[in-house]
Unconditional design. Sequence first.
Length: 145
Amino acid sequence: MFMAGLAAGGLALRAVPGRPLRGAAVCEGLLALLALGMAAAVPALLNQGLALHPLWRRSFFYGAMAAAGVLSGAQFALASHLWRSERPDVQRAAGGLEAADHLGAALGAIVFAIPLLPALGFAGAFLAIFALKAAGLPICAWPRR
């Protein structure tokens, strides 16, 4: 679901709006809110005493993963536009952005999945993601030149 959302988010922003940095900030803020919502919802959804049908639980997780994918795909398209405007050589711009994306994914997996998820649990890990995404908002809002 995440990967399908990633593709949908990227396709939705084929024509980048006039203010890609503002769009990136909106995506960053929505991803932060999604992480905060997941921090609140996951413990309740995993609570065995809560009489939710497994289909509802799965649907919630699939929907959340699709939403995260759409927002991340849109953010990647916006970042690509910004990166390309700084580096007109398309091959270098695409290669640099792809390398940065894979490096970020690898570091995220190593830092979050291995030590933080077992140490903090689901809710704590989502709160850490919320803090990281919220910290990115001022970077997106920082005036350029």
